[in-house]
Design a binder for this molecule. Structure first.
Ligand SMILES: Cc1cc2nc3c(=O)[nH]c(=O)nc-3n(C[C@H](O)[C@H](O)[C@H](O)COP(=O)(O)OP(=O)(O)OC[C@H]3O[C@@H](n4cnc5c(N)ncnc54)[C@H](O)[C@@H]3O)c2cc1C
Length: 437
């Protein structure tokens, strides 16, 4: 049986692990899924994970769970069975099992707090009996027919796992700030202090960033004693996420995505995903005249008196400095964080596959239908970078069921080709087609 190692036990890992189990239960081939997690299942949704205090609410509905949209199309003769079996891992099943389904419905189906979403993911892990390795992935290097992944446990001892396929998830580090200064907080420091009600007193606060991470930080700051909150981003304004049926449908079902031009795809992502505040955060901000937007790219942060001066650059205007007594670096994740784990040989292989030095743009356009980098013999799945090439829902929570279909459908179909007796013949009744697209 092939092994698929997933870095990070977030929603993507849970979706793939639960679906692999369902496929096996239906007698279909699926790899053994091993999930390596440094912290806890759903760790980035817990206060200790450094991205939230756990008390903010999910922006997307929880029905967009590990099986959503429950519409497998690749396994002819088995698709409806897969969809039905995945319902056992749904948000509704979680609530039914812990006795709170009726209450959730009667309360108007509220989006859960982040820490409750983590509880749901932990429930999926238990129910699917996910093969979990506790440790931090430190290094990735190529093996003869896959990858060698070094994992350090809490004591610092390192084990090497040999895997056929590798999937990377998560946004990277939250502990970095623009500069090392007590009044400039990384997002991890911000949530740590906010959770302990120990944020430094501030009258003029600034949040750098215009996306979900910044939105949550602004939302939180409004509950503290501040005179002004300036949101700093390079865009002309703080955009609101488009959340109508038409936008949502493109996230749930990326079938139409590849028919759009690259310019149209980037336009959809700009309006709906990157650098936008959710409607809920915007509604909170709307009624609070302490919140303002400052346009510009931060080029310098320097101590000035009791505060810090932040210099903003805009193309058509001279640089401007603004003084704050608290600055939160909420610029969000680093999409290429995992490349730090590659040894020179792994980096060379990826560079060869993408046609030059590793950049976000090169990787984004090289992601194939199965959400892996095209042109690599050993599969490297990068769903967080699959938005442009495959669909805007793959990096987030919008179509986790489709994500696991793409990843496992490719694996299973390949295995099935050999399952007919080594002659390349396919077993009757098993999928006769490869993945879509
Ligand atoms: C505040 C906030 C709110 C958000 N709300 C929404 C929302 O409502 N809807 C939505 O669609 N998206 C939302 N997002 C985006 C969200 O991050 C992604 O949608 C989604 O969580 C990514 O899931 P994932 O499985 O890739 O990783 P994550 O849930 O981020 O999990 C990654 C895991 O990897 C682990 N890890 C990291 N490095 C290593 C390593 N070296 N070795 C081992 N393990 C490691 C971490 O501990 C973590 O548990 C939000 C993001 C933020 C910051």
């Amino acid at each position: 049986m092939e092994t698929l190692l997933v870095v990070g036990a977030g929603p993507k890992a849970m979706s793939v692990a639960a679906k692999a189990r369902v496929l096996r239960e239906l007698g279909l081939p699926a790899p053994r899924v091993v999930v390596v997690e440094s912290h806890a299942v759903g760790g980035n949704w817990l206060p200790s994970g450094g991205w939230t205090d756990g008390q903010h609410r999910l922006g997307t509905g929880p029905e967009k769970d590990v099986g959503f949209p429950y519409h497998s199309t690749w396994a002819r003769g088995y698709n409806r069975a897969i969809d039905q079996a995945m319902i056992a891992y749904s948000w509704a099943s979680f609530l039914v099992e812990n006795g709170s389904y009726a209450e959730w419905v009667d309360r108007g189906r509220p989006n859960p707090h982040h820490h409750v979403w983590a509880e749901y993911l932990q429930w999926v892990a238990r129910k699917a009996e996910v093969d979990l390795v506790t440790g931090t992935v430190r290094r990735i290097r190529p093996a003869a027919d896959g990858w060698l992944v070094s994992v350090a446990d809490g004591d610092g001892s390192v084990t090497e796992i040999d895997t056929d396929r590798l999937m990377i998830t998560g946004p990277g580090h939250s502990g970095r700030a623009l500069v090392d200064h007590p009044k400039v907080l990384s997002i991890a420091e911000f949530w740590d202090l906010a959770g302990k009600r120990r944020l430094p007193p501030s009258s003029r606060a600034a949040v750098i960033g215009g996306g979900e991470t910044a939105g949550s930080a602004v939302d939180e700051l409004m509950h503290h004693d501040v005179l002004t909150v300036s949101v700093i981003s390079p865009a002309a304004t703080i955009y609101t996420r488009g959340e109508s049926y038409f936008e949502n449908a493109l996230f749930s079902d990326p079938a139409k995505w590849r028919a759009l031009s690259l310019r149209e795809r980037r336009d959809v992502i700009r309006r709906t995903d990157r650098g936008v505040f959710s409607v809920r955060v915007q509604e909170n901000v709307l009624g609070d005249n302490r919140v303002h937007h400052l346009q510009g790219r931060v080029v310098r942060v320097a101590e000035q008196g009791d505060g810090v001066a932040v210099t903003l650059r805009n193309e058509l205007r001279p640089d401007q400095a603004h003084v704050f007594d608290l600055v939160v670096d909420a610029t969000g994740g680093q999409p290429l964080w995992f490349t730090e784990l590659f040894d020179a040989d792994a980096a060379d292989l990826v560079e060869l596959a993408v046609g030059g030095p590793i950049t976000q743009a090169r990787l984004e356009t090289s992601i194939g239908h199965d959400l892996a980098v095209d042109g690599l013999d050993a599969k490297l799945y990068l769903p967080n970078l699959a938005g442009v090439a495959q669909g805007p829902g793959f990096p987030n929570l919008s179509c986790l069921g489709e994500l696991s279909d793409r990843v496992l459908g490719g694996v299973s179909t390949r295995s099935m080709v050999g399952a007919g007796g080594g002659s390349g013949e396919r077993r009757p009744g098993w999928p006769q087609t490869g993945p879509l697209g």
